[in-house]
Write a protein that binds this ligand. Structure first.
Ligand code: NAD
Length: 341
């Protein structure tokens, strides 16, 4: 019989509950302990998931023989906490953005590698059903060779976050968040660009702007990436859009894939012979896979990787490479230069 994995969670705010819910649905896992510097938060999460509450994550790591820890704290704590977890020889999933910058992220990746530990990052948007299907179609050649891609996401951050949301304690404070929309939702959409393009960034140029009164971090960013395989991608992220759309658009030399976030649909326009016998442009709306909630999917796949000693679906390395592009985008926007990676 396979051993039960003992799990701990650091940070007991908004996303911690999503991790706890995901773990609670996996047979081979027991949530043993949770922590938060705010006592009421760790106690409330612990009560809900029948775990022990801590205010010190260091004590939590020392007193329990944990196999896996989720780091669900704000970005400025990710490096130190994740390194402490790794140095306690415990596998870890860290929330996005992985760190405040790529230097920190690299340190975390190298330490986990040195110790042979599993290190994941919560880029769950890879597992939205329309993205999973789009990647499958792209990989089977449904639109031929990918030439150009666009990744857009936009919403109204002030409307999305009620004034009482704990996230407001750190999200708009550059020292704690590392930056604005580019670090927050931008890290996800940059990760999607790497996943779909299937290559690493070579040249990055970006523009950022600040529009919200009394918010010191950027709320809009457009990043143009030339990947090493010559594909061009535009990542366009906004915290100020009303009725913003979240499309992923993939343009190949034989067709186009359009993913829609809101309705979770996908449309394929293709001249590929598999779909179009006469070689004329056909419109196909393929059925989407049943993935379930994407955080839950990612976490269950990560646990399965530990148990079966296989490659996790998304790793700390992906978090590091996304962070490299974010760093380059800030440099490009602030210094008005193209950044070669
Ligand atoms: N993957 C996603 O889609 C997604 C969604 C939301 C948030 N996140 C990320 O998750 C992280 C946390 O976000 P959140 O929305 O849960 O924020 P939150 O503010 O709701 O919760 C963070 C919690 O961490 C606690 N904390 C701070 N320092 C701590 C420490 N040293 N030890 C223990 N606890 C500590 C805070 O008291 C707070 O309760 C961020 O990096 C955020 O970007 C990811």
């Amino acid at each position: 019989m396979k051993k039960e994995l003992k799990v701990g969670i650091i940070g007991s705010g908004g996303i911690a509950k999503v991790h706890a819910t995901a773990y609670s649905k996996i047979n081979l896992v027991k949530i043993v302990a949770v922590s938060d510097i705010v006592k009421e938060r760790s106690e409330s999460l612990a009560k809900e998931f029948n775990a022990k509450a801590y205010t010190s994550y260091e004590s939590m790591l020392k007193e329990n023989e944990l196999d896996l820890v989720s780091v669900c704290t704000p970005p400025f704590t990710h490096r130190d906490i994740t390194l402490d977890v790794i140095r306690s020889n415990i596998n870890v999933i860290c929330e996005k953005p992985l760190a405040l910058n790529s230097r920190e992220a690299k340190e975390m990746v190298e330490e986990a590698k040195k110790r042979g530990l599993y290190f994941g990052v919560d880029f769950q948007n890879r597992f939205l059903p329309q993205h999973v299907k789009a990647k499958e179609l792209l990989d089977e050649g449904a639109i031929g060779k990918l030439v150009q891609a666009r990744f857009r996401v936009g919403y109204d951050i002030l409307e999305a976050l009620p004034p009482s949301a704990p996230m407001r304690e750190w999200l708009f404070d550059k020292k704690k968040s590392g930056g604005g929309v580019l670090m927050d939702i931008g890290s996800h959409w940059i990760d999607l660009s790497r996943m779909f393009v299937g290559s690493e960034a070579e040249v990055v140029s970006a523009e950022i702007s600040k529009n919200i009164e009394n918010v010191e971090v950027e709320d809009n960013a457009m990043i143009l990436i030339k990947f090493k395989n010559s594909v061009h991608a535009l990542v366009d992220v906004s915290w100020t859009q009303q009725n913003g759309q979240w499309p992923v658009e993939l343009y190949g030399d034989q067709g186009t894939i359009l993913c829609n976030f809101g309705e979770q649909t996908i449309v394929l326009y293709t001249k590929n012979k598999k779909y179009s016998k006469d070689g004329k442009l056909k419109v196909v709306t393929p059925p989407l896979p049943e993935i379930g909630e994407p955080h839950e999917y990612l976490i269950s796949m990560f646990v399965s990787s530990i148990v079966n000693k296989t490659q996790p679906p998304v790793t700390g390395y992906d978090g590091y490479k996304a962070q490299e592009i974010i760093d380059a985008a800030y440099k490009s926007a602030n210094e008005k230069v193209k950044v070669i990676l």
